[in-house]
Design a protein around this ligand. Structure first.
Ligand code: AQP
Length: 328
């Protein structure tokens, strides 16, 4: 069985971009893969976090994993900082990665805004992500399109280390959705939907009330030509709505367009509100049952043990290849 690894940052409420781009794949893959899903809290602190809120968000994300259908009997669910080998391997990989490679990363440029007084963690974030993946001899990484560059870097580092020290790492592949790989902000369809954007109507969180879902979609930015056409360059707003519609309904954009009899964008939006509310209702119900249960903590502690059992021998292999410590 191929091994899958992916993670989500506990930086706020998970939105439909995270879900349609990455998390939906988590559930599909667990049927015929060995899956490991992480809550990457060490990534979250690359930007300032309130410690109390961070702890809550860790449990929120874990509960959401289970609410969407990640089954702890089939998959490992755990918190990154509970497995110390992530940080240890991160350091080793930092020593095998160039600052030029890191400063060229699009996400670093966007988040640092060219400012030199940003935390070093923001620059080295993709190396820690490479460590997360390589630590589990991962074959497949289900992520959104925005992570493509980081997956490429992970592969480059793995190949570089393998060439220099002999076969050390499995070289992983990214896995991206056809629809949903990049969901854009509802208020600005040129920017990706994001947890940390200021305007709450830029995104739909998985736990949003029906009234909030309606408000955010009905006020989404479109255009003025009134044509129903999928064209992300000329018509990014309408195309984004069609993309979300398709990803939630499982009907292709072409079929949606062929079957519609909308009189205006308002009709498309109303249908999308209904489709989105219906898709999120069972997730919200499951979440309420899981979030404050003792089972959640048990799942995470058990997950950390199972993850450590895989990570430890891989880390020892790395120590042996690099000549770290005294050996066995
Ligand atoms: N807009 C998106 N469309 C499709 N996929 C997306 N992902 C994120 N945004 C979109 C995918 O979701 C997974 C988890 O992302 P993350 O929490 O690790 O961090 P992120 O990519 O930085 O997500 P956000 O929402 O934009 O968070 P903040 O605002 O905290 O930076 C990843 O697989 C990602 O590709």
């Amino acid at each position: 069985m191929k091994r899958v690894f992916s993670g989500v940052q506990p930086t706020g409420n998970i939105h439909i971009g995270n879900y349609l781009g990455a998390l939906k794949q988590f559930v599909e893959l667990q049927e015929d893969h060995e899956c490991i899903y992480c809550i990457v809290d060490e990534h979250a602190i690359t930007v300032p976090q309130d410690p109390k809120e961070l702890r809550e968000h860790i449990l929120d994300v874990a509960a959401l994993y289970m609410a969407i259908g990640v089954d702890p009997k089939k998959s490992i669910i755990f918190v990154q900082s509970q497995v110390s080998q992530h940080a240890e391997l991160g350091w080793v990989l930092c020593c095998n990665c160039y600052t030029g490679e890191l400063s060229r990363m699009t996400q670093f440029k966007a988040k640092s805004g060219g400012n030199e007084s940003v935390g070093t963690g923001l620059l080295t974030y993709p190396v820690l992500m490479a460590a997360d993946i390589l630590l589990y001899d991962t074959d497949v990484v289900p992520v959104g399109n925005d992570q493509k560059q980081h997956i490429e870097l992970t592969r480059d580092i793995a190949i570089r280390v393998n060439n220099k020290y002999g076969k050390t790492f499995v070289v992983p592949e990214g896995r991206f959705m056809k629809e949903g790989a990049r969901i854009m902000a509802l208020d600005d369809p040129e920017a990706k939907m994001s947890k940390s954007a200021e305007n709450i109507h830029s995104r739909i969180s998985l736990l949003d009330e029906d009234s909030k879902i309606k408000k955010s979609i009905m006020r989404a930015t479109t255009d003025s030509d009134g044509e129903f056409r999928f064209d992300p360059v000329q018509k990014p707003g309408v195309s984004n709505l069609l993309n979300i519609y398709s990803a939630f309904s499982g009907v292709s954009v072409d079929e949606i367009l062929a079957g519609q009899n909308w009189r205006g964008y308002g009709d498309l939006k109303k249908e999308l509100v209904a489709v989105t509310q219906e898709a999120l209702a069972p997730i919200k119900k499951n979440y309420e049952e899981i979030r404050h249960s003792e089972e959640l903590i048990r799942v995470l502690n058990d997950g950390a043990e199972r993850a450590t059992a895989i990570a430890q021998p891989v880390m020892q292999r790395v120590r042996d290849k690099f000549g770290l410590g005294l050996g066995r």
